[in-house]
Design a protein around this ligand. Structure first.
Ligand SMILES: C[S@@+](CC[C@H](N)C(=O)[O-])C[C@H]1O[C@@H](n2cnc3c(N)ncnc32)[C@H](O)[C@@H]1O
Length: 272
């Protein structure tokens, strides 16, 4: 929905379409997969409190609540503006920088970022209707009831997922692998090819801000990255409301994660 570190915005079209009417994202982040298929019964769970607080605030927002957020220029600081609530400020803290893992305070000075922020506000305002019916919860993946659904599982990478506020350091990947295999319905797991906790198939090389990695997938259903081109025979299950306009790539550049201040807010990243 909004720019976030590790969001699947650029690769969301590579994943198999959902086979079930319910989509569960246990590691929701900015939930790009659910946004693409927004008209399903979507359940989002994430362990990062601020992120879920933003999601719950967005669910209540009107278009005008987003459009009236301050128009900020490159280098300006959110502390110098008034916001109606902390969630509005944290949300702004995500969109004033590209692909960050926690709210920042100053608007990126890369290119004409102020204009990019205005476009992002307009896009998000126009997509608010998509998330009104979603269930959004704070918690751990392991607390979710095992119901039949399409499970889109995108945890912090085993190698490279250190920079999330709720990072890979607290995950037991062997247990997570067993948990993924035991889900009911269709399971799609995202990783990169360095991971060894499930037999992942390579998808596409991705140039990050620091490293090039290869996105990888594991699924209990056949998919395009096994030699068999199954998707040719499995049409997408569209429902009348699916507009498919939700997967535009982030216009923003990704930054490496870096140092946190006492409030869990990231300090400015080192510029390269
Ligand atoms: C790779 S990101 C998800 C990105 C998402 N697919 C998107 O498109 O934006 C991983 C997310 O998992 C969350 N997370 C980490 N540990 C978790 C846990 N035990 N339970 C639930 N969420 C967790 C992090 O807070 C982070 O938001």
């Amino acid at each position: 929905m909004f720019s976030y570190y590790g969001s699947k915005s650029k690769v969301v079209d590579l994943y198999p379409s959902p086979k079930f009417g319910k989509i569960i994202e246990p590691f929701a982040g900015s939930a790009r997969y659910s946004l693409k298929y927004f008209d399903r019964d979507v359940i989002l769970v994430d362990k990062y409190e601020k992120l879920i607080a933003i999601w719950l605030w967005l669910q209540k927002c009107s278009k005008n609540d987003i459009l009236k957020l301050p128009k900020m220029k490159a280098g300006e600081n959110t502390d110098n503006y008034n916001f109606d609530c902390p969630e509005a400020k944290w949300f702004m803290g995500f969109i004033i920088q590209g692909g960050v893992n926690a709210p920042r305070k100053t608007v990126s000075s890369v290119g004409n970022f102020g204009q990019a922020v205005e476009r992002e506000k307009e896009r998000i305002a126009s997509e608010l209707f998509k998330i009104k019916h979603w269930q959004i919860r704070h918690g751990s993946y392991s607390e979710i009831e095992n119901t039949e659904a399409t499970w889109f599982i995108d945890p912090p990478y085993q190698f490279g997922g250190e920079y999330y506020i709720k990072s890979n350091k607290a995950l037991n990947f062997q247990q997570l692998g067993e948990w993924c295999k035991s889900r009911s319905g269709q399971v799609i797991v995202c990783e990169n090819t360095k991971a060894d906790w499930l037999p992942f198939y390579p998808m596409r090389k991705m140039q990050g801000s620091q490293y090039t990695t290869t996105e990888a997938i594991w699924s209990n259903y056949r998919h395009d990255f096994q030699a068999v081109q199954s998707s040719m025979f499995e049409p997408r299950h569209l429902t009348p409301l699916a507009l498919d306009g939700a997967n535009a790539p982030d216009s923003q550049q990704s930054f490496p994660a870096d140092v946190l201040d006492g409030d869990g807010v990231l300090l400015e990243p080192p510029r390269q």
